[in-house]
Design a protein around this ligand. Structure first.
Ligand code: ATP
Ligand code: MG
Length: 556
């Protein structure tokens, strides 16, 4: 699938204007600022495509910056996975990845400056007291009794905080703004707190850590970011973003908010995704049912399909819910155009061609793609003993049956027409083998005097390879798993049929050498990809051929 053409949005319009007025001398600089406290998910992909996409569009640059101010929840594993995912999506950050922790020295100095300006103070209220003093949406807050401490005393205390002389939580540094502000974020927000904890980047150097709202705007300013793009929940933080930069008289990037991606049948919260992993509901962050980028990749999603999806959902300022079938459509469309076809029998049943010579074998040359000759051909062996899918035979067929049944003919895809004479059953009465006849005059031509019912896929039993095939489906069977469901949580909506493992699938031999991660259309079955992780031959279903959930939803 070719890339969806990039249309503008309200943010590119803002930047067009800024470029006309020369506001930032034309150098567009954006950043993608994940906190390394989990793996990236499809919501982050929207932000990545937006930030890196804008940099590309305006010939600017985008930083990858780890917002690492909460060391207790962060790790190197997460940092590495984030880098890998951004690169895999096809983007290149400016220079080296940045870390907010790179700026801890400067941030500390900025905090000292605020104190010197009389715009920050050390506060010893307990968390409970602080909550009480904060006020509510309707009631203004009250000034902290520590608000008027002298600049000298504040400087001394803040230095002692840094020197490790106080326990965690004993006091905090707060910005001195306005306890009566209608915006609670402006009611003397905490900007530094004490945490005696090892940091993955700075080791044991620090026991005071800056808060997000203080760190983020200043990191943007220090990196010469021009447009600081974030999700709508930060709109109420923008006055604080602006206050810090104005008060410290630094460079002043413009914060612009857009609506986050919400996908139905999906959770996109790192906390909840981590819970799914930690409690063993899935096999890991890269479980193919996860909405993580690593999960989608292992499921068989291509980077291009995710970029196309992000382009199509657009960028707006109003919250909405995107149907997950749009994401599924993006990969189906990509694989339809780009994936080679192959034959795989997922639930095999034996077929013996009674009139085919015992020792004979043939090799059929088959197109890899029905619409793309450049995809080339492959060799598919044929013999007296075949497998077809058990679901392609019915002794008592329903109306309009287009597959195999007694006394009727079907075409084997790319091969002969066969007619079924007899179904052999075991003691339980299950069909275990079909005796059929082939018509030797039907290779590539229609039979004379009769018409096959349909076309089915098959593999030669003498040549087939056995593989594990994992049929993945949506992880949740409720459209809004993390909405408020009274006594239920999102875990109560896990789809118990989201993974079905078939251990005895029979595949055509060409699939034995498929590279890990390669996607295929298994004819008549769906899109599959060779698992990226397993060393044995394992294929994951990426998506079905058609949207089977549309029907289920229509019935609701
Ligand atoms: P989560 O709620 O999953 O923990 P987060 O916002 O806390 O997400 P961050 O690591 O802080 O995660 O996010 C990095 C960037 O990705 C931020 O700019 C954030 O706004 C953006 N982002 C996160 N989730 C989404 C989403 N669902 N849609 C669009 N952008 C998102
Ligand atoms: Mg966050």
């Amino acid at each position: 699938m070719s890339e969806t053409p990039k249309t503008g949005n309200f943010i590119t319009q803002i930047i067009d204007k800024d470029n006309e007025t020369g506001k930032y001398a034309g150098n567009v600089m954006t950043r993608f600022p994940p906190e390394p406290n989990g793996y990236l998910h499809i919501g982050h992909a929207k932000s990545i495509c937006l930030n890196f996409g804008i940099a590309e569009r305006f010939d600017g640059q985008c930083n990858l910056r780890f917002d690492d101010t909460n060391p207790e929840k962060e790790s190197l594993e997460y940092i590495n996975s984030i880098k890998k995912d951004v690169e895999w999506l096809g983007f290149t950050w400016a220079d080296e990845p940045k870390f907010a922790s790179n700026y801890f020295d400067q941030l500390f100095e900025f905090a000292v400056q605020l104190i010197k300006l009389g715009k920050a103070y050390v506060c010893k209220l307990t968390p409970e007291e602080m909550r009480e003093y904060r006020g509510t949406l309707k009631e203004p807050g009250k000034n902290s009794p520590y608000r008027d401490t002298s600049v000298e005393d504040n400087l001394a205390l803040f230095t002692q905080m840094k020197e490790g002389e106080f326990a965690d939580g004993a006091m905090v540094l707060r910005a001195k703004i306005d306890m009566a502000s209608p915006n609670i974020n402006m009611r003397d927000p905490i900007i530094y707190r004490i945490r005696h904890i090892h940091h993955h980047q700075t080791g044991d150097k620090w026991c005071v850590y800056p808060m997000y709202d203080f760190t983020h705007c200043l990191s943007d300013a220090m990196e010469d970011v021009t447009h600081s793009i974030c999700t709508l929940e930060f709109q109420d933080h923008r006055p604080l973003y602006d206050w810090v930069l104005d008060t410290l008289n630094t460079a002043h990037p413009q914060q612009i908010e857009f609506a986050r991606l919400n996908l139905n049948y999906t959770v996109t919260s790192k906390r909840k995704l981590k819970q799914l992993v930690d409690e063993g509901h899935v096999e890991g962050w890269d479980d193919p049912r996860m909405s993580t980028i690593s999960g989608l990749r292992r499921r068989g999603y291509t980077a291009r399909s995710i970029r196309n999806f992000c382009e199509r959902i657009g960028v707006t300022r109003s919250d909405g819910i995107v149907d997950v079938s749009m994401l599924e459509h993006a990969i189906r469309e990509d694989l339809d155009q780009n994936a080679n076809r192959a034959m795989a029998v997922l639930n095999p049943i034996k077929v013996t061609l009674t009139n085919y010579p015992d020792e004979q074998e043939e090799i059929f040359t088959v197109n890899n793609h029905p619409k793309n000759a450049d995809a080339g051909t492959r060799q598919v062996p044929f013999s007296k003993n075949l497998f077809i899918d058990a679901a392609d035979f019915a002794e008592v067929p329903p109306k309009k049956w287009k597959r195999l049944t007694l006394g009727e003919a079907v075409r084997l895809r790319g091969g002969y027409v066969i007619t079924c004479d007899e179904a052999i059953k075991n003691e339980e009465g299950d069909v275990v083998e079909l005796l059929c006849r082939y018509d030797e005059n039907t290779l590539g031509v229609n039979p004379e005097g009769y018409k096959p019912k349909g076309v089915i896929h098959w593999v030669s039993a003498n040549h087939a390879i056995t593989a594990e095939v994992r049929l993945y489906d949506r992880l949740f069977n409720e459209a809004a798993p993390d909405a408020n469901h009274e006594s239920k949580t999102f875990l109560d909506f896990i789809n118990q049929e989201s993974l079905l493992v078939l251990g005895n699938a029979k595949l055509e031999p060409s699939l034995e050498t498929a590279a890990k991660g390669t996607g295929f259309q298994f004819e008549r079955e769906g899109y599959f990809c060779r698992d990226l992780v397993s060393d044995t031959l394992t294929f994951n279903r990426t998506v079905t051929l058609r949207d089977s959930w549309a029907k289920i939803e229509a019935k609701r």
